[in-house]
Design a binder for this molecule. Structure first.
Ligand code: GLU
Length: 446
């Protein structure tokens, strides 16, 4: 498998927090979000203390002999935020700007994501400070094996289950699994998820995040008495999440007028617009392995080539930011057209809190990332169940179960949001946090 070619952003994950460079701390933000909801839930002091910090964190060195014979020491992390509801779950990121606080924040968000989706897993996240673009395949394999050698006794099918994330792929997961099995002396496919289907992966995992978004959108539109087949949507991104969201939305008869993509050669983003709606197959055919759509061929097919942020300013019913964090901000939120009724977050953190306030005041429904993109981790959970049983389901079975889980999660949140007259993201946080708090109480921790 060509690891270098696969250095894509995994579904539903966050890349660099741009503001981190300007002193922004994602963990502080995660704690502030938590504190606000803890106040509303009247959580007691002990529960707050327990949930606003990770239960356990590990940071360690990974010495690697590089291809040129020199030794380089990398820094690795694993943070287990909470496992009251089940083993920790969350990805491993390869990132040159990885920090302990980023991993802490992401592990906390995984706890809420698993909880709002009501799967019996907690939250974790891991990472290695590195840029895999500058590492050979062999060096990446050594890094994966080195990472698991340091943490093997503290992860596992009943403790903490990693998965792919930013710049890590199924191949990385297999190297980690193989090293773990060598250390433990047995077969443990339930150690890790995001594995290729040929070796313990789940069917439907590729589609899961994008489809999950559309299952929720479908139900939300029903509640809003809008016919999905009459809606128009603009999508930011053309990676895995964006493509599979578009695929299912088109199957339901919706129209997608715009997508955007990263242009690998020009180092900038472009939007592609077609008034009558995109055709997914023809666009995929002219997209290279880095996700760049061929400008000339797109124009020949009748797509207008526009600046990267043009997707945001379309006169549509629905916006799906499915590429980057901090895409809808205080600065550009007023460019969103009055017709837009729904913003459903495919990426992690695409809407800043200020922009969300503005949208809510305008009556736009914002479906938060940790609910909308939970399809990825729900399918990871299904993969773990299948791997632990060593018995694998059909794609239809997986997607059917995914649809049920996402639909249930949405209605629980929607009903609370209606009943308490609160925004959807607050309702989602309330459900997620109170379930975890309850589990901690039932265990007698607080
Ligand atoms: N990395 C994905 C997420 O952030 C999936 C995590 C998992 O499957 O464990 O949701």
């Amino acid at each position: 498998m060509q690891v270098k070619q696969e250095l894509k952003q995994e579904k539903g994950t966050t890349g660099v927090f741009r503001k981190e460079k300007e002193g922004f701390n994602p963990f502080k933000m995660a704690q502030q979000q938590f504190d606000r909801i803890a106040d509303q839930l009247n959580l007691d002091e002990q529960t707050r203390e327990l949930l606003r910090n990770p239960l356990r964190e590990y940071s360690f060195s990974i010495p690697i002999r590089m291809d040129d014979g020199t030794i380089k020491v990398f820094r690795g992390f694993r943070v287990q935020h909470n496992d009251a509801r089940g083993p920790c779950k969350g990805g491993i990121r390869f990132h040159p700007q990885e920090t302990q606080d980023t991993v802490r924040a992401l592990s906390m968000w995984m706890t809420w994501k698993c909880s709002v989706a009501d799967i019996p897993l907690g939250g974790g996240k891991g990472g290695i400070i590195c840029d895999p673009h500058n590492l050979s395949e062999r060096e990446q394999e050594k890094l994966c094996r080195g990472w698991v050698r340091q943490i093997a006794r503290d992860i596992g099918p009943v403790r903490d289950v990693p998965a792919p994330d930013v710049m890590t792929s199924g191949q990385h997961m297999l190297w980690i699994m193989d090293e773990y099995e060598t250390i433990m002396g047995g077969q443990y496919p339930g150690l890790i998820t995001g594995k290729p289907v040929e070796l313990g992966g789940s069917r439907g995992r590729t589609e899961a995040t994008g489809y999950g978004i559309i299952y929720i959108l479908r139900e939300l539109l029903k509640e809003m008495k809008m016919d999905i087949a009459k809606t128009t949507t603009s999508i930011q991104g053309f990676g895995n999440v964006a493509r599979y969201s578009a695929e299912l939305l088109l199957q339901y008869g919706g129209t997608v007028v715009s997508v955007s993509c990263w242009d690998q050669v020009e180092n900038r983003t472009y939007s592609y617009y077609k008034k009558t709606g995109i055709k997914l197959d023809e666009l995929i055919k002219i997209t290279d392995r880095f996700g760049t759509i061929d400008k000339k061929q797109a124009e020949k097919l009748g797509y207008e080539n526009r600046p990267g942020d043009d997707w945001l300013t379309q006169d549509v019913d629905i916006l799906i930011p499915a590429a980057l964090e901090h895409s809808i901000t205080e600065e550009n939120v007023n460019q969103i057209k009055p017709r837009v009724k729904i913003v459903i977050c495919g990426a992690n953190g695409p809407v800043t809190p200020e922009a969300e306030d503005y949208l809510e005041k305008k009556g736009v429904i914002v479906v938060p990332d940790f609910l909308a993109n939970a399809g990825g981790v729900v399918c990871s959970y299904f993969e773990q169940v299948q791997s632990n049983q060593n018995y694998y389901w059909t794609k239809e079975e997986v997607l059917g179960k995914l649809d049920n889980k996402m639909t249930d999660a949405f209605y629980k949140v929607w009903e609370l949001s209606k009943r308490k007259k609160i925004r959807v993201s607050d309702a989602a946080y309330m459900i997620a946090i109170s379930r975890v708090a309850e589990a901690c109480k039932m265990r007698g921790w607080v």
